[in-house]
Design a binder for this molecule. Sequence first.
Ligand code: 7PJ
Length: 283
Amino acid sequence: MTTLQYPARLPCGSRVLDLAHPQVMGILNVTPDSFSDGGRFAVRDAALRHAAQMAAAGATLIDVGGESTRPGARPVSPLEELERVLPIVEALAAELDVVISLDTSTPAVMREGARLGAGLINDVRALRRDGALEAVAATGLPVCLMHMLGEPGNMQQDPQYQDVVAEVGDFLEQRMCDCEAAGIPRERIILDPGFGFAKTLAHNLSLFRRLEVLLGLGRPLLVGVSRKSMIGQALGREVHERLPGGLALAALAVAKGACILRVHDVAETVDAVRMIAAVQAAE
Ligand code: 7PJ
């Protein structure tokens, strides 16, 4: 087993994450148009039930998102995002013993969500919206910085890299410096290469193959590949047929040192993680 380059305990508001062991983050979409669950969980009670199921299945984080990042998705106003997300955050924080992660790029959602009990900010735009660095600094919460070029609407228009791993690493290092300058210390940062964001299948596969290189940045890695089109394209599978491919990638990510897995299928992923732990605990 590799030794950690960072402290195992990550304070997330009122809770603490143990990064010495891989943690599973369950995805809770509260967008009516999310591609893989068709917005079925948009209704508040259904969202809460789904979150409780994921927590019971072993998720230690629940990632709440109110803005679809699917290419071509309708833009959501900050007010609409606040109205979708905040009641869910407040209810989850009161009811479940998990870290509530907020999948948002919107400063007002970051600030209000933190006030209502969120423990982590997860931003696919890596705090590049006006006011986002300041908002996260003010919350004192940890943040996941994800790599993406452009915006979700145009990111898949011919993305190009000379060396995808080096360029993703340079971007994340630069964003960490920008965070530090804004008063967000490195100790609060989680990094994510952003699979499927401004990347072709070949880029995604190269990045995954050399994922461990990003551990050199000295911060915990989050990997999100659940049901993504890189699995669909590699295997020729529809969204509902991508679990085996996703579990293979989850296991590989853990072997390469990732410590948070962002997934739809929590119970299955927790079993994969537990199986790896059982082998690693053997003599
Ligand atoms: C990711 C995310 C990811 C992080 C989405 C989807 C698209 N946040 N939000 N990493 N993906 N940190 O789930 O397919 O990969 S939305």
